[in-house]
Design a binder for this molecule. Structure first.
Ligand SMILES: [Zn+2]
Length: 277
């Protein structure tokens, strides 16, 4: 499942490849799940729109749409409209030439003026496509931009485990299981600790650690961007070394104590019982 760094990397790759191109026509499949806006609305907003930019908001890919020269002559109002893509578990956006074989589970095809196609492929159909006309905002704070005071305020009086609070998308947008575990390890805080019990210095360590792991992972992912936007599209982000996530029973890289795995609210959590308090 793509987390914030993966989505950031994908959005940067798409921005590099697609900005300035124009969506000439749109084909949508007949599976209803991936479409969060009405199909007719998606087609209306996307067709003849110019791709002004692509960026990440939380775990969403936001495609900013502008007017294509043709559409502006026709005075079709498309200003500030956006195409929002959530990749879910298995969603991918692939840039392909039309002669490339269409993968199974293709739910949308955008034909571009450059002659290429942008395809949305999603076998498990947890991904979502939507269009909005007046600006998109994620519900939670942006972890790479939030100030320390706002970050600390999110956990004030919160009785849930800190791990669950980090995953709560209404608090922070885009932090997933892997980077929550990795940030808690670097901060020396156990995942089951009540969020409100963290001291100021623990919160500061967590704040710094979360930004650091997300930035490191974005940097590691940068080299595999091209794989994401090519027709194969299935790149890993394995250059980012996990210190605890997925390492149950293996020695802690700092103290060699075996890494523990527990389950908190149905999600696995990995930590070092010696390094984290
Ligand atoms: Zn340790």
């Amino acid at each position: 499942m793509p987390e914030l760094p993966e989505v950031e990397t994908i959005a940067r790759g798409l921005a590099r490849n697609l900005t300035g191109d124009v969506i000439e026509s749109v084909w949508l499949g007949n599976k209803p799940e991936p479409l969060k806006s009405r199909p007719g609305e998606i087609v209306r907003v996307l067709e003849q729109a110019r791709i002004a930019g692509v960026r990440r908001v939380g775990k969403h890919i936001v495609v900013d749409l502008g007017l294509s020269p043709v559409a502006s002559r026709q005075k079709k109002p498309k200003q500030q409209a956006q195409w929002i893509v959530h990749l879910g578990m298995t969603g991918r956006l692939l840039i392909a030439n039309p002669e490339h074989e269409l993968p199974k589970h293709t739910h949308a095809i955008l034909r571009l003026r450059s002659g290429r196609e942008l395809r949305f492929v999603d076998p498990r159909r947890f991904g979502r496509l939507a269009v909005v006309r007046h600006g998109f905002a994620a519900p939670g704070a942006e972890p790479l931009e939030v100030s320390f005071d706002s970050f600390a305020g999110l956990f004030h009086k919160r009785k849930t485990p800190i791990k669950s609070a980090l995953l709560n998308q209404g608090l922070l947008s885009g932090v997933g299981n892997i980077y929550a575990d990795e940030a808690l390890f670097r901060a020396g805080v156990r995942p089951r600790r009540r969020a409100a019990s963290l001291t100021q210095s623990e919160l500061k360590r967590l704040y710094d650690a979360l930004k650091k792991v997300l930035r490191e992972a974005i940097a590691a992912g940068g080299s595999s961007v091209s794989d994401y936007v090519d027709s194969n599209g299935d790149a890993g982000f394995f250059q980012f070394q996990h210190r605890v996530y997925g390492r149950e029973g293996e020695p802690c890289l700092v103290c060699t104590t075996p890494v523990k795995r527990i389950v908190i609210s149905g999600r696995s959590a990995h930590y070092c019982p010696n390094c984290q308090n």
